[in-house]
Design a protein around this ligand. Structure first.
Ligand SMILES: [Zn+2]
Length: 343
């Protein structure tokens, strides 16, 4: 059942109640109610009208990190009967602004750029859930690059042909050279694009053939097939496992095929449909010399952020070239240490 609340924006995807927080879609901004296991556990005292949730805020995207959550009830409810659960759990101060309005203010702030989920339980009422996503605060200062490089990497491959071409245009315009990890399947369909990318000084490397999770018990042969049919096979020795799914076996097979596992230091979170300004702030807030940044070729937020992000990185003293041949005589690319989990 959905509550008929006019303040709710329905433009954003519905949040399934049982979706675990790390797998949330872009953001949940629609109020949903779910049959509560608590219903019937502690009923409302007979002298009080039954309270239900009639309003929640905030909802939607780019919510300020300090903005409190407000829950409006149809009638006063005993404070100890209103259960609010946060996911992720962020320490908050809770107070009643009026007999029907509960306010939860984060003690410091919500996690920047993350989906925040809120669940409200009242006796005899269906559970109410809603969500929002916070903005990423503007970094107070960007760590200076001091002439060192920042290694920008772009994964996957967009459905939109023109977007892939535009990405190369933007990188050329800003004289940035990056490492691409398209899927092998995508690269086969865009041989012209791969040729142009390589001509313009980028590397095109291995992200498997079809973007499968290689740690889900596939036979060795299939893992080998996925890696041998990845983009850049034989020309680039960097292998980035899809979905960051890597274990000792996948690492061993990749190594046997001549690859080094290449992960990243900074997750721009652009894979969550993050707005451009937040992609930009995430990268600027975490960048440091020689950092490897994870971006995606298909992310609209990244495409929109690049014309601003690239000059800002350069202004902060970063070299937008993953392989600064002129600066260090073409020394081999030093790989970040992969965080391969133990068996
Ligand atoms: Zn990927």
């Amino acid at each position: 059942m959905r509550l008929p609340l006019s303040l709710l924006s329905l433009a954003l995807p519905w949040l399934p109640a049982d979706t675990p927080a790390p797998l949330l879609p872009a953001v949940a901004a629609e109020l949903v109610t779910v049959a509560s296991p608590a219903a019937g556990r502690g009923t409302t005292p007979p002298d009080l009208p039954r309270a239900r949730v009639i309003g929640v805020s905030p909802l939607g995207e780019r919510v300020p990190v300090g903005e409190p959550v407000r829950v409006t009830l149809s009638a006063p409810a005993p404070a100890d009967r209103v259960t609010v659960t946060l996911e992720p759990d962020v320490p908050t101060r809770r107070h009643w602004e009026s007999p029907t309005q509960l306010v939860l203010a984060p003690e410091t702030r919500w996690r920047g750029g993350r989906a925040q989920r809120v669940t409200i339980e009242l006796p005899d009422e269906p559970r109410v859930e809603f969500g929002f996503r916070t903005e990423v605060p503007e970094p107070r200062a960007v760590v200076p690059g001091e002439g060192k490089r920042v290694i920008l990497t772009f994964d996957d491959g967009p459905q939109d042909r023109r977007q892939a071409d535009r990405l190369l245009d933007v990188l050329r315009e800003h004289e940035a050279r990056v490492i691409f990890f398209p899927t092998g399947r995508w690269a086969r369909q865009r041989k012209d694009w791969v040729e142009r990318a390589v001509d313009e000084g980028h590397w095109v490397c291995n992200h498997t053939f079809s973007h499968r999770n290689l740690t889900l018990g596939l036979p060795d042969d299939l893992i080998r097939f996925e890696i041998e049919n990845g983009a850049g096979h034989g020309t680039c020795r960097l292998f980035r496992p899809p979905l960051m799914a890597i274990d000792k076996r996948v690492e061993r097979i990749a190594r046997e095929l001549g690859y080094d596992v290449f992960l990243w230091d900074i997750d721009s979170r652009d894979w969550q449909d993050t707005p451009a300004v937040d992609v930009e702030r995430t990268v600027l807030g975490q960048v440091r010399p020689d950092a490897v940044v994870l971006l995606h070729m298909h992310a609209a937020g990244t495409m929109e952020a690049l014309p601003s992000l690239l000059p800002r990185l350069r202004d902060a003293g970063y070299l937008l070239d993953f392989q600064p041949a002129a600066a260090d005589g073409g020394a081999a690319l030093e790989l970040p240490r992969p965080a391969v989990p133990a068996d």
